[in-house]
Design a binder for this molecule. Structure first.
Ligand SMILES: [Zn+2]
Length: 425
């Protein structure tokens, strides 16, 4: 007897099967002909996917677009300045309300694990308190992992060091940093060293905003790889953005990539945000500002797409849909072969789960019964259509339903209803 059976769906690898769920866990992945269930969902012809995972987000800033004004230049630096203005006027209730609204969007889109940075450059630690409360409120349907993020610089801001440590004491999960924003390259490297030591001492993971700049000489990822090795943090460290790598000398990159691979650092490119923020000082040719995704994948480095921002001082659009993120990444990184497109789907699901260290994630027996049923035949079609999430299940419970993306036509001699599906695999 199952609580729930998802019948006849197609898994991302093409397997057509049923999924049996009991007590919030996946307990069967096989054809369940006569099995009884409290509820059965027919997923025939539809893609059944593990939940989407966002490895890089800023939930304290989300849905604040226009507060107190918009980012006129569109640059990272004006965004940071604008966020500083907003921090002066926002309240804890504002942050909680915006974050919970975003989590509703995420839940409806099957985005059930999110790693969010939270600004620790605020003596009140208002955002930290707010997101710790949100983490608890959403825990039955979203795994929210928080990163202590000294946005204004661990050393550059006079109280960031002390407040970042306080945030970790309060229960923030992961150690962050922003070495390229420190006053000097030397300070940046020192911040990487100290923050990695803090993580090693506390047994925590590390996720740094690293080299989010067009400066080809911004090389803090090299220090991050070195410190990861030195402190035995392999497999527990992520480098977010890494956009300077776009502009680096090829010879240097040929030395750097093996160091990242050896340190088992995960890479988190954020294509929506970096395609709009980077290259702003260029004329033409204008750099794309995406890190070297295909080259890292070829080295065996774990790479996953991150969302970064939705309607905030840095990005004026966004929905929380990781298919949008993967769709942009696919285009900017030119990952257009069938295998590469499938990889882009993995890069917003299983590969990001690896970055976050989610142990009971995935479509496997014993894992949390969390999944999404999509109005698509396979992962490539899901990307092409940014397909509707017909049903989202979190820990064995249906938490959201959406209609198909059909349209009614009134054209003489043509069908009265269409579905833009064209799955050929
Ligand atoms: Zn970020």
């Amino acid at each position: 007897m199952f609580d729930l059976i998802v019948k006849g769906g197609t898994l991302p690898d093409g397997t057509v099967t049923d999924i049996g769920i009991a007590a919030g866990r996946i307990t069967a992945i096989e054809i369940l002909n006569d099995a009884e269930a409290g509820e059965t969902i027919d997923a025939t012809g539809d893609l059944v996917s593990p939940p989407f995972v966002d490895p890089h987000f800023h939930m304290d800033a989300t849905l604040s677009y226009g507060l107190p004004r918009i980012n006129a230049s569109g640059t990272l630096l004006e965004g940071i300045g604008l966020w500083g203005e907003l921090k002066q006027i926002m309240t804890q209730e504002d942050v909680v309300a915006r974050a919970l609204d975003y989590c509703d969007w995420a839940a409806s889109l099957g985005l059930l694990a999110i790693r969010s940075h939270v600004d620790t450059c605020d003596d009140r630690l208002l955002g930290v308190e707010a997101l710790l409360a949100v983490r608890d409120t959403v825990k039955d349907y979203i795994d929210l992992q928080l990163v202590a993020f000294p946005q204004d610089g661990f050393y550059r801001d006079p109280t960031a060091r002390e407040n970042t440590i306080r945030a970790l004491d309060m229960g923030v999960d992961v150690v962050g940093g922003i070495p390229h924003f420190e006053r000097t390259m030397a300070d940046g490297a020192a911040s990487v060293k100290e923050l990695c030591e803090i993580a090693a001492n506390r047994g925590l993971q590390v996720d740094m905003h690293c080299d989010e700049t067009d400066d080809p000489l911004s090389r803090h990822i090299e220090t991050l790889a070195y410190e990861t090795q030195r402190l035995g943090l392999q497999g527990r460290v992520a480098g977010s953005h890494l956009t300077s790598m776009h502009s680096m000398d090829n010879y240097y990159v040929s030395k750097l990539l093996p160091l990242i691979a050896e340190a088992e650092i995960s890479a988190i490119p954020n294509p929506l945000i970096n395609i709009v923020l980077q290259g702003r000082h260029d004329t033409y040719p204008k750099r794309r500002g995406l890190t070297r995704v295909k080259e890292m994948l070829a080295m065996g480095i774990n790479v996953g797409w991150g969302q970064d921002c939705v309607l905030d001082p840095w990005y004026s659009l966004g929905t929380g849909d990781m298919l949008d993120v993967a769709f942009m990444g696919l285009h900017v990184a030119q990952m257009t072969s069938p295998d590469e497109m499938r990889k882009c789907f993995d890069m917003v699901t299983v590969d990001n789960a690896k970055t976050l260290g989610l142990s009971d994630y995935g479509l496997k027996i014993g894992a949390k019964a969390s999944l999404a049923i999509l109005d698509a035949g396979d992962p490539i079609e899901a990307l092409r259509l940014r397909a509707n999430r017909l049903c989202v299940i979190a820990n064995g419970r249906i938490i959201s339903r959406s209609p198909r993306g059909d349209a009614a036509l009134t054209l003489k001699g043509r069908p009265d209803r269409i579905r833009r599906r064209h799955c050929i695999s």
